[in-house]
Write a protein of this length. Structure first.
Length: 531
């Protein structure tokens, strides 16, 4: 078979997601022709599709070195963004600028990279440029996603509807449209979603539509039907995963074991000395952590309503810094092996690497908020690596948090959230999370503070003043006027947090109480308070 024919075979196989066929064809080409640069690039595309982004970066970098072009650098930027390396993402995008951009897919790919690292305003411009060249359903969907994060909800609805018009079975667009809310008995998409569901065959597509239906059925008080949609689809997905809660439990246990009493005393002693000599606070990040759907975005919006505090979005950079310093070979960013390796390293190296990784994001700001919720797992490393860091950890009512996580559709490529396919596993995760947060607060009271979401929304002036001053900021009651905060929101809460602080979200789980008994029983059995 000729090189040209093998190349065409590989491209066709990639388009059909027959990656093993494509890989065999490309390897056959490269065995005979080591300078066939598109072979390396396409192998990188396959690795990216499989979620092995480090391998994808290596292959695409090789292709771009051999044959610099806009397409290769754009895809390289996207892979760096998916890894969470903002600096490398910007570097790759800067390389793209030397070429004429006339390919819609390449332009869209740049937009995806920018959106992934939280630069939604610039991403929107790229998506619009791509659509001008080619009105494609996926381009409209990507545009709608960035418009949602930027708070442009009417524009987002229009973009999602245009995507659906071009591709009626575009399940992600249906799902994202329902997430924008605004549905009631007169205005909803329930009939359209119910008609679409039987046409879908993949587990993931049915999962998206089930979540969309659950949201909309819940909005018209059809709670039983809503829960049934979730339970069936999430159960089917859970069967396809090789997940046991013991995998997450081991991470929690390893963290508490590795941060010994002796190490905690050493970190506190060293940090106390460094804080006394570092009066200018030239680098003093604030980390807002907690379980997803627990109110972390609300707390972040208050803190970034201070004019000296920048919102950096949800960054993966600290976890990546730990992984790089630990130099473990596992596919997971954080696992027991990585924790054990990192704990014996020079923690200040992790802090310096993090500082370098975020410099293009924070653009010189010394005070900024990194709102990656599961940085709670990294809290001990953060405190040991950055003496000036403050960590605010949000804890919400157990059942509201468990229901919020169970009904949320997290990234299907991110194993961190595999617990959310089972309500009992979600309850177990919550209990371990609370214990870890309390462990950190006891160990590092000067740098780690628990904020109770339920208390805050009921007494915003009192609780708000406490955590703002804990972060070393001057409190102003105007910080509570979060509707004046216009920065983008890189979270599933992008719609809710555009509203005023209120108690309306408290007790939402009670509508589904009869269906959440297994989770309720688990929380009770573990001795976690429900009030």
């Amino acid at each position: 078979m000729s090189e040209k024919h093998l190349h065409q075979t590989a491209i066709q196989a990639i388009n059909k997601k027959q990656f093993d066929v494509a890989q065999r064809a490309l390897i056959q080409i490269l065995n005979n022709n080591h300078s066939f640069y598109d072979g390396y690039f396409l192998l990188g595309v396959i690795e990216a599709e499989l979620g092995t982004y480090t391998k994808a970066v290596a292959l695409m970098s090789k292709a771009a070195q051999m044959h610099p072009c806009a397409e290769y650098f754009a895809h390289l930027a996207r892979c760096y963004a998916l890894i969470g390396d903002s600096n490398k993402t910007h570097e790759a995008i800067s390389q793209v600028q030397q070429f004429t951009l006339d390919n819609a897919l390449t332009i869209d790919t740049i937009g995806v990279a920018l959106s992934r690292i939280g630069d939604h305003d610039q991403a929107i411009e790229y998506f619009k440029r791509a659509i001008k060249l080619k009105p494609d359903a996926s381009f409209y969907y990507n545009l709608g996603s960035s418009q949602t994060f930027a708070g442009l909800f009417d524009d987002a609805r229009n973009s999602y509807e245009l995507a659906i018009k071009l591709e009626p079975t575009f399940y992600q667009a249906h799902s994202s449209l329902s997430h924008l809310g605004g549905t009631d008995k007169e205005h909803n998409h329930i009939d359209r979603l119910q008609a679409l569901l039987p046409k879908l065959t993949s587990v993931n597509s049915k999962l998206h539509i089930a979540h969309a239906l659950a949201r909309e059925l819940g909005s018209v008080d059809e709670f039983g039907a809503a829960f049934s949609q979730l339970e069936i689809a999430k159960g089917e997905k859970a069967k396809s995963l090789n997940y046991q809660f013991s995998q997450d439990q081991l991470i929690f246990e390893t963290l508490k074991t590795c941060f010994t009493e002796e190490l905690i005393k050493e970190i506190n002693r060293n940090n106390s000395k460094k804080q006394k000599t570092n009066t200018d606070l030239d680098f003093a990040p604030i980390f807002v952590t907690g379980m997803p759907r627990s109110g972390t975005t609300l707390i972040e919006r208050v803190l970034t309503n201070n004019n000296i505090v920048k919102s950096a979005g949800e960054l993966q950079e600290f976890a990546i810094a730990i992984k790089r310093i630990a130099k473990t070979s596992s596919q997971y960013i954080l696992d027991p092996a990585t924790i054990k390796a990192a704990i014996t390293s020079d923690l200040s190296e992790i802090g310096e690497l993090y500082r370098q990784c975020v410099k293009n994001i924070v653009k010189g700001a010394s005070r900024f908020v990194d709102k990656m919720p599961l940085n709670v797992l990294n809290a001990g490393f953060i405190i040991g690596a950055i003496p000036t860091a403050k960590i605010v950890c949000v804890i919400r009512n157990p059942m509201d948090t468990i229901w919020g996580n169970y009904k949320q559709l997290f990234s299907l490529t991110d194993s961190y959230y595999n617990y959310a396919f089972s309500q009992v596993d979600t309850a177990k995760y919550y209990c371990e999370f609370v214990r870890l947060a309390e462990f950190w607060q006891t160990a590092f009271p000067d740098q780690f503070k628990i904020v109770r979401y339920d208390d805050f929304v009921q007494q915003p002036e009192i609780i708000g003043k406490e955590f703002v001053e804990f972060c070393g900021l001057v409190y102003d009651s105007k910080m509570l006027e979060i509707t004046n905060n216009k920065s983008a929101v890189a979270t599933a809460s992008s719609v809710q947090v555009r509203s005023k602080i209120s108690t309306s979200s408290l007790g939402q789980w009670l509508k589904y109480r009869s269906f959440l008994q297994p989770a309720y029983n688990e929380v009770i059995s573990q001795g976690i308070k429900l009030d």
